[in-house]
Design a protein around this ligand. Sequence first.
Ligand code: HEM
Length: 127
Amino acid sequence: MRKEITDRSDIAILVDEFYKKIRADKEIGFYFNNTITDWEEHLNKLTDFWEMNLFGGKKYKGDPLKAHVEVEQKFQHQIGPNEFGIWLNYWAQTLDELYEGENVSILKRRARKMGTFIYMEMFKSRS
Ligand code: HEM
């Protein structure tokens, strides 16, 4: 039986498994593999981000909107709904493979919502 997401270590495993899929993906792995140089730091940062998102606290210090606008500019506006769709599918898939319960639904919902905001911000920055 799969377990519930109860603490940081569960999130660390989720983030780790999620990025293995992302990095290996033919369509979007490229964006990550060509931007992130320190993977340990990145995985830690994203674990902070989702931990804070789910359990509160102030560990994550960053600006995801700004980070994605920069990524989008670096790759000359190639990131669109297709890329977000792939990202979100891996997120949901990894959550379902590893865990069950309410926090799984919360994390799926929060990522979808945030994806919308990130995408709108990227789109606005094009004009
Ligand atoms: C759909 C929802 C998404 C969420 C919730 C999300 C979330 C995040 C977060 C929290 C960070 C860390 C930002 C920071 O503090 O540096 C990040 C970084 C990054 N994201 Fe996303 N992301 C999403 C979609 C995407 C997509 C579709 C792409 C590209 C195809 C992408 C590419 C990147 C890259 C390359 C970084 C590293 C930026 C850097 O370190 O310079 N993300 N993402």
